[in-house]
Design a protein around this ligand. Structure first.
Ligand code: W6P
Length: 400
């Protein structure tokens, strides 16, 4: 069909990654026509690249109803955007485009949950082998990264040119809000200290409700107690997402490990030349090394949601997709999120961010021959003794 042809066409192009600096420069000379012309090509390219990978998923996953639904959302959104391919960038079209983007963003609001549901459906109906599991891990990392990037583009366009923002900009000019320094979703002077405190307070609220107590926060800069602002050029909502997730995990570990007098969670902010590091240390008893990597695996993090009806007993953090997604947010602008734990004592979690906004480039999945081969896994024989076999692939590759 025509759509299939368009998919083939757009998937031949590589996505064009932007740096935070480029997002900002673009926002400062905000030109809606230019943004429209860029997005009507770039969005179909990013959609088509990931849709080609959806098509390569293991058949039994593709057949799950939730996955089929997500696939349909992508097809519909792709079709809707390529309708703008030959339109003139005149005001009525620009307005229509903006509204269309908002519509698409809403359509895809529940993609993460729905894909998780699909993985759950697969686990409950099929025995999943190691090869399939690895393919799914590979895919979901790329799929969610693609989604983060597409939403970033849509957010920038709609925040810069959408109706809400015109009035919000006027409000900030008159001194309401943050003084109008945001450029779309980017804050050129995002204060890490403020975001850390915000994420801590919100996690503590949940912690208090569940455990009736919570660990204190000890905030340090370069190793000494401090509350000086630490501005970075970043998307505050991404940073918040990562920190809130880490705080919930740290608090749960501390509260489960200490009957009384929970030791504080220490957060150390370090401003390097190349990296900004946010290190969060808890004394929550730690986790064995064999578990550390599993915390980032979607197949292990997928469990049925606790019933929503008794929300008072919902645990603080369920090892949902929170950690793998947080790591993707960090990696999206070439940062990272790593865990280092000492079983019996506690865990350090470090968020690394690029200090320079021109080095903070989007990290985007590209569909090509290399990516394709990850979906046709070949059974690998171990070339080290003992077991590299974690709980995830125990004893499957013993035979010569
Ligand atoms: C733990 C396990 C964990 C995951 C992520 C962040 C902090 C912690 N602490 O014990």
């Amino acid at each position: 069909s025509n759509v299939t042809k368009m998919l083939d066409f757009y998937s031949q192009f590589n996505p064009s990654p932007l740096s935070i600096k480029q997002f900002i420069d673009f926002g400062l000379n905000a030109c809606e026509r230019k943004s429209f012309l860029f997005l009507r090509k770039e969005l179909p390219v990013r959609l088509a690249n990931i849709m080609k990978e959806i098509a390569l998923l293991p058949d039994n996953l593709l057949r799950m109803p939730s996955v089929g639904m997500v696939n349909q959302w992508y097809e519909r959104s792709f079709e809707e955007i390529i309708q703008f391919e030959k339109m003139d960038p005149e005001p009525p079209v620009l307005t229509q485009f903006c509204e269309r983007l908002i519509h698409i963003r809403n359509r895809h609001a529940d993609v993460v949950q729905t894909m998780a549901q699909g993985v759950l459906e697969l686990k409950e109906s099929h025995e999943v082998d190691v090869g399939t599991e690895n393919s799914i891990q590979y895919f979901l990392d790329r799929f969610y990264m693609s989604r983060i990037s597409i939403r970033m583009l849509i957010n920038q366009h709609t925040l810069l040119f959408g109706e809400e923002q015109v009035s919000a900009r006027q409000a900030s000019v008159s001194g309401i809000g943050n003084g109008g320094r945001h450029i779309g979703s980017i804050d050129p002077a995002c204060d890490v200290v403020v975001v850390v405190r915000d994420a801590y307070e919100n996690a503590r609220f949940l912690c208090d409700r569940y455990y009736l107590a919570s660990p204190d926060l000890e905030l340090m800069q370069m190793g000494v107690a401090s509350d000086r602002p630490m501005p970075i050029v970043y998307v505050p909502s991404h940073l918040y997402h990562m920190l809130f997730e880490l705080f919930k995990n740290a608090m749960r570990a501390v509260m489960e490990h200490h009957e009384s007098a929970p030791p504080p969670i220490q957060v150390n902010l370090i401003n390097g030349k190349e990296d900004i590091s946010v290190k969060m240390s808890d004394r929550g008893g730690g986790i064995p090394r064999s578990v550390t990597d599993l915390l980032f695996k979607y197949m292990y993090s997928t469990a049925p949601q606790p019933s929503k009806s008794d929300s008072h007993t919902v645990p603080l953090a369920g090892y949902g997709y929170g950690l793998p997604l947080s790591r993707l947010y960090a990696r999206y602008f070439h940062g990272d999120l790593v865990l280092m734990s000492c079983e019996g004592y506690g865990t350090d979690a470090v968020i690394y961010l690029k200090a320079l906004s021109n080095e903070a480039n989007e990290l985007l999945p590209i569909f090509n021959k290399t990516s394709t081969k990850f979906y046709r896994p070949v059974a690998q024989l171990a070339d080290w003794s003992g077991s590299l076999n974690t709980a995830s692939n125990s004893c499957k590759n013993r035979e010569k």
